[in-house]
Design a protein around this ligand. Sequence first.
Ligand code: SF4
Length: 256
Amino acid sequence: MILFDQIIFGPIHSRRLGLSLGVNLLPIDAKICTFNCIYCECGFNTTMHDLPIPTRVQVRETLEVKLKEMAAANQIPNVITFSGNGEPTMHADFEGIIDDTIELRNKFCPTAKVSVLSNSTRIHKPSIFNALKKVDNNILKFDSAIDHTMQLIDRPTDKRINVQWFIDHLKIFEGRLIIQTMFLRGEFEYEKFDNTTNAEIEAWLKALKEIRPQQVMIYSIDRETPAQNLEKVTFAELNLIAQKAREQGFEVSVAK
Ligand code: SF4
């Protein structure tokens, strides 16, 4: 599994985002998330408690040093991406950190976009909602519109969260969001699943029509996963799914 061992990492070439400078607001030696996805590249959630996370001041200072350094080397990032070892919106100062990042971006690399990759579980919190509305790419996960599949793949730590909850809250962005969906199939804890079946795609498209995202990003497994017996969906299959969404008027990008 891959853990990010710094607050600021990269820049790295991202499949979906270009030259991306990453920000990790979570511990550097373990993953913490409000999901526990079976495909997570960072592995399953840690059982350790009270792990240190960076403060708002530390994030600001470290980011400033890195952006100055990159500007001096004429290496301008396409994007500053919040992802890291878990769910970035779990940080108590998330909104303040986004404000600082936008200020630093405007000063050192005004063409760079600020992106957040979030699993959507904390968008009901006003400060998280406000922060996500300020960023350029508000990328929110929505892996299945069928409850049982979503629970099996994403494994939310709060079992009260269901698909309807996500749809109701994602709609509140009024289209100012990008939906990201991981397609995969396989078996986990003796149960087979596949979020590419006709029933899954039909439910997913129906949900997208309600959510009305500005864009949809779809992808499949690319690296080692913590659960075994997972199968990557081929690029050709992803393109067929993308085509169905495009026919409904959505802008769709497919990651190889
Ligand atoms: S939401 Fe992202 S960080 Fe959290 S478990 Fe899933 S893949 Fe990992």
